[in-house]
Design a protein. Structure first.
Length: 354
């Protein structure tokens, strides 16, 4: 059932006063004995509603409700959301900081997650709310490594979004560098994947300090390394930093491709130039096995031709890729009366593709 849509006829008079941002009316209703714990169709109580208001005085509404003895700061909606989580998710200004401060003062639990296991800390990180992140991590009981249902932590999020100060703060508070999401990705991997070189630098520096250099090559579940994923996206600055820090540019994923394959297939000629300076072309070509197609060890020169990346082809030829190298024909594109060939050279491939 979807509990995101609000039905107005399920709101209490107290909730309506909150929705109107009317502090005077709210106080009157409470004095008159109106209930503060009535839920609407989403399972939201007036406290939930007050927590998401963007008006400058919404923290006063929250404070007023929390003074009532019947108010529980940790009430959860039908989707498991607390007022603290909603504030961190929906508000990004200084007003949110005040609201979070008040909720924590009234013993709101920063570790209560929603039905998808998202915590207030992760929500604040996703919202880019640095001040709330700072406030939450100072709380003595907060778990900075609590992950959502996909294994995603606040450090994953800050690294992915390029929030340098948040990343720095989380690391100082004990965020784990080796945390993996459901796809096996670490924060270093996600920073490289999204080209967040500043966050990548601080993550790698911390990994070196903790003697966790292995994380520079730690791949996802498909075996792709941080260098490989950065090559696929064309983030040359990330690749350069990773290699200079000791990452291996020659590693292969589970499907037999490496950084050269990915850069060539995606048309990142500048990335190719950098990688080819760090790799032995002849050694790489010697590992290609066109006679064993089940290994799927494709020739990257052929991939660049197939994808019509002329600049990549030029870079690879200048770097020493053999013009007479062959690749297994995985997809037959010939309509000849005689049986088609099993292997194809770069020139033949280019001709066959017009």
């Amino acid at each position: 059932m979807d509990f995101k849509e609000h039905y107005a006829d399920t709101s209490s008079s107290v909730a309506n006063a909150v929705r109107l941002n009317d502090l005077k009316l709210l106080r009157k209703l409470i004095r008159d004995g109106q209930c503060v714990d009535v839920m609407d169709n989403r399972g939201w109580r007036p406290l939930h509603q007050a927590s998401i208001l963007k008006e400058k005085n919404n923290h006063q509404l929250v404070d007023e409700l929390l003074k009532h003895e019947d108010t529980d700061p940790n009430w959860r909606s039908h989707e498991g959301e607390t007022a603290l989580l909603l504030t961190c998710r929906h508000n990004t200004d200084h007003n949110a900081y005040k609201t979070v401060e008040i909720l924590l003062k009234h013993k709101a639990d920063p570790n209560i997650s929603d039905n998808e296991d998202e915590t207030p800390l992760l929500a604040a990180t996703r919202a880019g709310n640095a001040s709330c992140v700072q406030l939450l991590v100072k709380h003595k009981s907060v778990d900075v490594n609590r992950a959502d249902c996909g294994g995603w932590t606040a450090l994953h999020e800050s690294a992915t979004r390029g929030h340098f100060l948040m990343t720095q703060t989380l690391l100082q508070c004990g965020a784990k560098l080796d945390a993996k999401d459901e796809c096996g990705m670490t924060p270093i991997f996600t920073a490289a994947q999204h080209g967040r070189v500043d966050c990548l630098k601080i993550l790698v520096e911390e990994a070196m300090r903790q003697h966790m250099e292995c994380l520079l090559d730690e791949g996802a579940n498909d075996g792709a390394s941080p260098v490989m994923i950065a090559a696929q996206q064309g983030f040359t600055d990330c690749i350069d930093f990773l290699i200079k820090s000791g990452a291996n540019p020659n590693s292969y994923a589970n499907d037999g491709v490496n950084a050269i394959h990915l850069a060539a297939e995606c048309g990142h000629h500048k990335t190719l130039e950098l990688l080819l300076q760090k790799m032995d072309v002849k050694e790489m070509e010697s590992q290609l096995r066109p006679d064993l197609p089940e290994l799927k060890l494709r020739n990257p020169l052929h991939l660049a031709i197939t994808s019509d990346w002329l600049k990549c082809v030029k870079v690879m030829l200048r770097s020493g890729f053999a013009v007479d190298s062959v690749d297994y024909i995985f997809e037959q594109k010939f309509s000849l009366s005689m049986p088609p060939p099993k292997y194809i050279t770069p020139l033949s491939l280019a001709v066959s593709l017009n």
